[in-house]
Design a protein around this ligand. Structure first.
Ligand SMILES: C[S@@+](CC[C@H](N)C(=O)[O-])C[C@H]1O[C@@H](n2cnc3c(N)ncnc32)[C@H](O)[C@@H]1O
Length: 516
């Protein structure tokens, strides 16, 4: 969360503030390279016109952000899936796409915090507002409190958006509420909201816009994986930072030339990776062809780690690899490319038909003789194909508490019950993976969550009940495939990556070898 989005003095002669001061000759937004509107005039000045006389148009970038929030709230959609299609639908250029991303992601991540502010400015419980009005207010609050958008533009454009897409009625309410929001800066609002608060978890929860149970869970996770509890603030801040978009060129198949020419910078943690500045990557032919893919560096590292484990055989030629929970196919694509290079083959399993299709699409850039997709329950694979595979990745369904920065709405959707519900499935999948691996082979248990209930507890429960297993040093395995050679992710024999330390998702890895 950018808490420095302060507004300057009202020092401009632009009296109407009606959206012109921040627009180009054709009324288009003027934004800088980060997609932020240039601050070129009045900042605290508001329109003296009634809402009915002001902007009636929806700025396309704000409209995209609004549509994303609506889809998330009313259709249970995922922002990271809806946003790119809305950007394309409205033909946003790079700057407007950046603005729409920052606005929608920021408003979603900060939802709990903005709702606390809005509750102080609305004369009824927020639950009684039309959900579309509440979403418009959240977008307005994020612009006013955390983006470098002049207050008059944030207000006028949000009211204009509401007039265009919700109706004339709510625009007066939105105008009045957002004016009250402008009375304080974000730090002032936070001080006000937390005036009499002494509970550290509650303070961190409001200040960093995370539900209290997640603050507690992440603090506990840090400690369980050998890091100090005091890092919680950095971790929560990292969850709120604009997401870094990592790219991977599939080894032996793609390269990063086009990405680097488009402004991406070479990744520092793992080979064949790059950092993109975001925007609509679908404009790159290497992305459209699937030879270069968007993938978190943590995912790249764990996929490379399982492929890289030394099994004591001279070559990997002829090895059989399994990705037991493959959808949507990110790690499977990298694994299949690595398998192809080594003369190995990959079976990618996924039970959900639509996700299995995504796996096939993800794998389509890799020669077809290197992989097969199986549509089915991963819990059956161990029984159906016992002791068959040399390397098995089991990237289990999890709470996703380690990827909150990429899925901005998820922190408000998840509940502690999710952890309890997922536990039995995670154990069954790990057992199936172990049954499916050959003696001497390796299983990589992976989650994009650091929570002990889905990481160390699952591994130790399964290990305790079997005597055919030994753990491999997962931190060393990650180091071996990293460029730095010293990620510092290992704790005991498991490894945990962190957004605030490694700038990756909080990916957990436990490498388990079946005794020969
Ligand atoms: C964390 S995601 C895997 C992400 C994937 N490895 C990637 O890198 O793109 C977990 C996947 O497990 C799948 N899944 C759910 N239940 C499963 C089951 N019983 N057997 C196998 N996979 C399952 C989900 O549909 C989901 O696609």
């Amino acid at each position: 969360m950018n808490e420095s989005g302060r507004r300057g003095p009202n020092n401009s002669g632009n009296r109407d503030g009606g959206g012109h001061g921040n627009r180009g000759p054709r009324g288009e937004s003027i934004r800088n390279a980060q997609g932020r509107e240039r601050n070129r005039g009045p900042q605290r000045g508001f329109s003296t016109n009634a809402p009915s006389q002001r902007t009636r148009r929806a700025d396309p970038a704000r409209l995209v952000a609004f549509e994303v929030l609506r889809a998330v709230a009313s259709e249970d959609a995922y922002a990271n899936l809806v946003l790119p299609s809305r950007i394309r639908h409205h033909h946003l250029d790079k700057r407007d796409a950046g603005f729409a991303t920052e606005l929608s992601y920021g408003a979603l991540r900060g939802q709990g915090m903005y709702d606390a502010v809005l509750a102080e400015c609305v004369d009824r419980p927020l639950a009684q507002l039309d959900p579309a009005v509440l979403d418009a207010l959240r977008l307005g609050a994020h612009q006013l409190l955390a983006m470098r958008v002049p207050a008059h533009a944030a207000l006028d454009q949000t009211v204009g958006l509401a007039r265009a897409v919700i109706g004339a009625g709510p625009s007066s309410l939105i105008n009045a509420v957002l004016r009250k929001v402008t009375a304080k800066t974000l730090p002032e609002w936070l001080d006000h909201l937390l005036e009499n608060e002494t509970d550290e978890t509650r303070i961190a929860s409001v200040r960093h816009a995370h539900p209290e149970w997640i603050v507690r869970a992440l603090r506990q996770s840090l400690v369980m994986h050998g890091r100090p509890a005091s890092e919680i603030t950095e971790l929560l801040e990292a969850d709120n930072a604009a997401p870094v978009v990592n790219l991977v060129a599939l080894p032996g198949i793609g390269n990063l030339d086009e990405a680097l020419e488009s402004g991406a910078t070479p990744g520092e943690l793992v080979i064949d990776s790059a950092l993109s500045s975001g925007g609509d990557l679908g404009r790159m032919s290497s992305i459209r062809e699937g030879t270069t893919r968007v993938q978190d560096v943590g995912s790249q590292l764990v996929a490379r780690a399982v492929a890289g484990v030394d099994l004591g055989q001279s070559a990997k030629d002829g090895e059989k690899w399994l990705d037991l929970c493959a959808g949507p196919g990110g790690k499977a694509a990298l694994l299949a490319a690595l398998a192809h290079q080594e003369g190995a083959t990959l079976l990618a399993n996924e039970p959900a038909e639509h996700r299995a299709k995504l796996v096939s699409q993800a794998l389509s850039a890799v020669p077809a003789d290197a992989w097969t997709v199986r549509v089915g329950d991963g819990r059956d694979v161990g029984k159906e194909q016992p002791e068959t595979f040399d390397r098995v990745l089991v990237d289990v369904p999890c709470s996703g508490l380690g990827a909150l920065r990429r899925r901005p709405e998820s922190r408000w959707r998840r509940t502690p019950k999710d952890l309890a519900d997922l536990g039995p499935l995670q154990r069954e999948l790990l057992n199936s993976a172990i049954d499916a691996v050959k003696p001497g082979g390796v299983v990589a248990y992976v989650t994009c969550s650091p929570h002990p209930a889905e990481t160390t507890a699952v591994v130790s429960d399964v290990l305790r009940k079997r005597d055919d297993l030994e753990q491999i040093d997962s931190g060393a395995a990650l180091d071996a495939v990293s460029l730095s050679g010293n990620l510092g992710a290992g704790h005991g024999l498991t490894a945990q990556l962190w957004p605030h330390v490694h700038q990756t998702d909080a990916m957990f890895l436990a490498l388990i070898r079946k005794k020969p």
